[in-house]
Design a protein around this ligand. Structure first.
Ligand code: EPU
Length: 321
């Protein structure tokens, strides 16, 4: 819990440093309601900066004070530890602008993908419907290079505006980025805006593709249950869901968490589950697949606040550029 010795002085330091920030600064904020999985303890600090300069101020402050900084987007791809997070969680929901110039759209990091897809469909601009059904915000989708079988976020990306880890705002063209499968390759840079180049098309045709994709997803994935989506990356040449099912994991359960009977690469929470149970079930699934097939599945989901040498900490790494 916060309030350990010295946190008062640190708290004063944080408040003072962020006094010039436009937007909300709150302490001890429960995080579980902000995630799709509905798991996780509170954040010491939760900030919602109003504009790009305010994001820059938060980044510079955390770097100077040595505070871990976590970026929460749509909360759909993260497992937060039961004890919560020491440091600052930042959400960019206020960066909600969508601007169109001919076939290009420039979008704030806090815009949700579903609302962006709706806006571009109505404008008769095609290309983003390959991202149908992904419950992310634009910033998170770019950072993760979120995608489906039909395509990924970087397919139509032209450039991004980022806050570098020293607090400077910078523009990066696609040619300056090195995305991979489910990783935008941005390091510790915070995406505040992204520009996509789209293709004019009939809104009805765009809608038809969107609907077909949504239907397929609803038929094969447990979309109405609490989860983080697919837990593991697909290994080269195979499918994590297939391997997990074939390793006999579909009946596995740890407390409130179980392997989905509909899609084995989903772990679903019955509303009573904990982060510790999620971690234990993930380990069991990974171990069974390794024992049966010799394949080491790699998580695509992010873990925050786990004191576990196997898991990256999940906060921005101010040691890297
Ligand atoms: N499969 C099984 N058992 C299962 C689940 C799947 O045998 O329990 C088999 C299916 O029969 C199919 C194959 O595995 O032959 C692939 O399954 P699916 O079509 O559902 O696609 P996927 O590769 O598991 C990927 C993305 C999803 C995305 C879908 C549809 C990854 C890790 N997953 O799933 O993304 O929605 O394609 O485009 O790349 C996510 O990233 O969170 C996510 C859900």
């Amino acid at each position: 819990m916060p309030g350990s010795d010295g946190s008062t002085a640190l708290g004063r330091g944080v408040r003072e440093a962020l006094s010039g920030m436009r937007g909300a600064v709150r302490e001890h904020v429960p995080l579980a309601p902000l995630t799709h999985l509905r798991i996780g303890g509170p954040a010491d600090w939760f900030v919602e900066p109003s504009g790009e300069e305010d994001v820059a101020l938060v980044v510079a402050t955390c770097r100077e004070l040595g505070l871990p900084l976590y970026l929460l987007g749509g909360g759909s791809n993260v497992v937060i530890a039961d004890a919560g997070l020491r440091g600052v969680v930042m959400q960019l929901g206020s960066l909600g602008r969508i601007a169109r110039e001919q076939h290009r759209v420039t979008v704030g990091a806090g815009v949700s993908l579903p609302s962006l897809l709706r806006a571009t469909k109505e404008a008769g601009l095609a290309g983003l419907e390959v991202l149908t059904g992904i419950p992310a915000q634009v910033g998170g989708a770019v950072a993760m290079n979120a995608g489906t079988r039909d395509g990924e976020t970087f397919d139509r990306l032209v450039s991004v505006t980022v806050v570098e880890n020293d607090g400077r705002l910078a523009e990066r063209g696609k040619d300056q980025l090195t995305p991979r499968y489910r990783d935008g390759g941005l390091g510790a840079a915070v995406v505040v805006q992204a520009t996509f180049e789209l293709t004019p098309d009939d809104p009805a045709a765009i809608f038809a593709r969107f609907s077909a994709s949504l239907k397929a997803r609803n038929a094969t994935q447990p979309v109405s249950q609490r989860s983080v989506g697919c837990v593991f990356r697909n290994p080269p040449g195979d499918k994590a869901g297939r391997l997990i099912e074939a390793a006999g994991c579909k009946t596995l359960q740890r407390g409130g968490l179980s392997v989905s009977a509909r899609h084995a690469n989903y772990l679903v929470n019955d509303d009573t589950g904990s982060a510790a149970e999620f971690r234990a079930l993930l380990r069991e699934v990974r171990d069974r697949v390794r024992a049966r097939f010799g394949v080491a599945l790699e998580p695509e989901v992010k873990f925050w606040g786990f004191d576990d040498p196997e898991l990256p900490p999940g906060c921005l790494d101010f040691g890297r550029s």
